[in-house]
Ligand binder design. Structure first.
Ligand code: NAP
Length: 260
């Protein structure tokens, strides 16, 4: 299927690895020029060279912490103009126990996983509305549909973002801009491997056993891949997806046990 976005320009945040990279790769494969971002310059520049080399698109790389105003400022300055597609993403909050989290832990999580995507949308969606076309995909988590006990900070912050998107998506759709959220379940990335390690330590079991137990809880009996995730992101960013507005789309191998 031709997605109709060749020649468009996208900002993909937190994209040197994992799900963000999967989204950047799928957009590059559709002929979209990119600005990708992550904090560590080495892996980021390697990712940019890889995508530009394989797909022949322009790829800018800006090393910056997207969860800080300074980092976002540098990314937005480097964009220097129109962007048609925005994919928001950042690292997830640390696991823990609900009794341990202090006010600052919540503030940090809300800054990273709610207010950063909100700030990026506020900066870039008005231009999309003026031009009459835009796509925003926020990478959130299945935790907004089914809370994950050890990820209470994520459950809280991402649900706030979900509420913001629900209201805002319906205010911008008439100008050709769609905003949707992609909700990953377990995917085989560094983040998932770190959570496997935390689960192994908590249960005093080997890492492989922790992963096997987590896979057993997924009807597909495996973790998802960044490529599968990226393919859905590219479709949501496509010209074909203009009637999908304010949705929360789970990619979880069936793990959330719900009829709707
Ligand atoms: N993988 C899963 O199973 C899963 C499930 C549910 C939700 N999620 C959520 O999905 C998001 C992506 O997860 P992932 O598995 O792809 O993680 P990952 O494999 O650890 O990759 C994270 C990427 O984001 C970059 N990054 C992290 N913090 C950043 C920041 N503050 N500013 C800019 N770039 C940043 C990293 O590069 P640098 O470290 O160099 O910055 C890296 O490129 C996270 O919020 C995660 O909580 C993941």
């Amino acid at each position: 299927m031709e997605l109709g976005i060749r020649g468009k320009r996208a900002l993909v945040c937190a994209a040197s690895k994992g799900l963000g990279f999967g989204c950047a790769e799928a957009l590059a494969a559709e002929g979209v020029d990119l600005l990708i971002n992550a904090r560590s310059p080495g892996p980021l520049e390697a990712a940019a060279r890889d995508l530009a080399g394989r797909f022949g698109v322009e790829v800018q790389a800006v090393a910056a912490d997207i969860t800080t105003p300074e980092g976002r400022g540098r990314v937005l300055d480097a964009l220097g103009g129109a962007v048609d597609i925005l994919v928001t993403n950042a690292g997830g909050p640390p696991p823990g126990i609900w009794t341990d989290w202090q006010r600052q832990d919540f503030i940090d999580a809300i800054d990273a996983n709610m207010l950063s995507p909100v700030a990026l949308m506020q900066a870039l969606v008005p231009g999309m509305m003026q031009r009459g076309w835009g796509r925003v995909v926020n990478i959130t988590s299945m935790a907004v549909k089914a809370p994950i006990p050890v990820l209470g900070l994520s459950n809280s912050a991402r649900t706030g973002l979900t509420g913001f998107v629900a209201g805002t998506a319906r205010q911008v759709a008439e100008r050709g801009v769609t905003i949707n959220n992609l909700l990953p379940g377990l995917h085989d990335t560094d983040r998932a491997r770190a959570l496997d390690a935390a689960a192994a330590e908590a249960a005093a079991i080997p890492l492989e056993e922790a992963r096997r137990r987590r896979e057993a809880g997924i009807p597909a009996r495996r973790y998802g891949t960044a490529a599968e995730f990226g393919a859905m992101c590219a479709f949501l960013c496509s010209d074909k997806a203009g009637f999908i507005v304010g949705q929360n789309i789970l990619l979880d191998g069936g793990q959330v046990n719900a009829t709707l």
